[in-house]
Structure formats: C-alpha cells, structure tokens
Design a protein around this ligand. Sequence first.
Ligand SMILES: Nc1ncnc2c1ncn2[C@@H]1O[C@H](COP(=O)(O)OP(=O)(O)O)[C@@H](O)[C@H]1O
Ligand SMILES: [Mg+2]
Length: 267
Amino acid sequence: MQTISIISLKGGVAKTTTAINTAYLLATIHNKKVLVIDNDKQGNASKAFNVYDPEDSYNVAKLLLERNLDIGQVIKPTDYKNIDIISANMDLLDANLRTTIDTSRQQQTRFKKALTAVADKYDFCIIDNAPDINMSIMNALTTSNYVIVPIIIDQYSFDGLDILKEQIENIREDFNPSLNFLGCLITQYQNNEVNNQGIEYLRNMGFSVFKQSVRKTVAKVNESTFAKMPISKYSSRCGAAQDYKKFVDEFLKLISPSENVPNLGTK
Ligand SMILES: Nc1ncnc2c1ncn2[C@@H]1O[C@H](COP(=O)(O)OP(=O)(O)O)[C@@H](O)[C@H]1O
Ligand SMILES: [Mg+2]
C-alpha cells in the first residue's frame, strides 16, 4: 500500500476535492483498491462519500486512541466497489488532545501501527488532512510515502509553506525516512499572469509543482458537493474533472514510472 497525504496549512485550497477525486479515479479508471482516511474533524471527505455520522464512534479517532484496534471495525465500504473509508467527525478533536498528553506510548506512530494489518489489502491509502499541524496530521505524515500540497495561487498562497516543509523534514528525520514531498498541485487554476508567475515563484523557491493544474470550474465543482459525488463522476467532461484525470496519470507515472497508464483517448 502506498500512502499519500493531501496536506496544507490552509483551508479551502481543494484538499478534500483532490483527495476524493484522486481516490475515485484510482479506483475506477485504474482499478486500484483504495482506502480513504478522513483526517479532518469537519468530515468533508466522509460527507462526500455519504458515510458521515456525527454519532458514530467507529472513526479515525480510534486509530489514535485504541491500543489494540481491530482496524476492520472502523473501515466502511462506500458506494464505489474499490473504495473504502475511515470516516471522521468531531471525535477527532478530543482524540488529538488526548493523544498529545498521553506519553505512555509513542504518539506519532499510531496510524502506522493500526494500518499495518490492511497494508496488503489496498494499493493506495489517500489521507485527507485538516489545515493544521496536530497529532493526527503528524500520524498521517509518519505513515505516508508521499505528500501532495494543493495550492490556490493568490496573495496568501505561499504563507505557511515553509512551516509545512519544515514539519515534513522533521517527521522524515524522526519517524519516517521514506516520506517524499511529491509536489504542489495548483487548484482553481486560471490562465493569467498571477497564476503563471506564482507557479514560477514556487519552482524558484525549490518546490516541485505538478505539470498538470486543475482549472477553476466553479459551478460544476460546487454542484458536485451537493450531489455528494466526486466531480470526476458528477461531470466527467468539465475542466476540473479532465484535469484531475491527467493529474492522476502524472502522479502514477511519478511514483512508478513503469506503471502502464491506460490512454482512454480523452483530451
Ligand atoms: N477546481 C475547482 N474549481 C472551483 N471550485 C473548486 C475547485 N476545487 C475545489 N473547489 C471548491 O473550493 C472549496 C474548497 O474546496 P475543498 O476541497 O473543501 O478545500 P479544503 O479541503 O482544502 O478545505 C469548495 O467549495 C470546493 O467546491
Ligand atoms: Mg477539506
């Protein structure tokens, strides 16, 4: 199982949109077995996959709190054959606080330990993170092979990037030498000078940026959230859906250059 953290310290940059569409495309077009972990107490990825339940305690918080967790108890099926999910709700707030003060066993490796039992069952684990650095995010980074950082190019886009990069370096040194910063994904891209200069600036700062950006496609992406469907299913021909498809192709080529990415002829 290859584990990918979708992460940023900023909210509203399309972390959840990227996580659910990447999971959906890997599962459908590429026929991969995917486990999604909702690592945000807001539960937006859980809502998108129709499994959000504010009262259900069998969620991601258990990965932090239960020492001998039977992981099968917290994994839920979704409407999609190849996608399972570990959901989130407000329990994650308390779980984070309790983990932070519980030094009786290692705090950052709890996700990793809990997931070992299903590592052979899935090809990919996609973790949708909250815009934060807390115990559950450190756990996500400790169990991840790759980090993808969605970015909207605006006046504030680059705030916090250095802190995030430093955090990733720290986790790599202390807990997870196989953690790779795979790249920044420009979301809500508009072909204008600000966007194009922003991408240049990022590259000059030493950040790798995916060649494929995701176009701003307001109406369709908003509608898809109400329809509780990934945009790639809701409107597979709209700009954002087509871009996510190419992004996932690029992602697969990056992590396994020999991967045979099917060409379905869509432009
Ligand atoms: N490519 C896009 N074009 C237009 N709107 C988008 C696009 N991607 C995401 N959005 C919208 O931006 C908002 C934030 O996206 P979301 O994935 O929830 O961000 P995050 O998880 O980083 O907070 C949502 O309302 C979503 O519908
Ligand atoms: Mg989100």
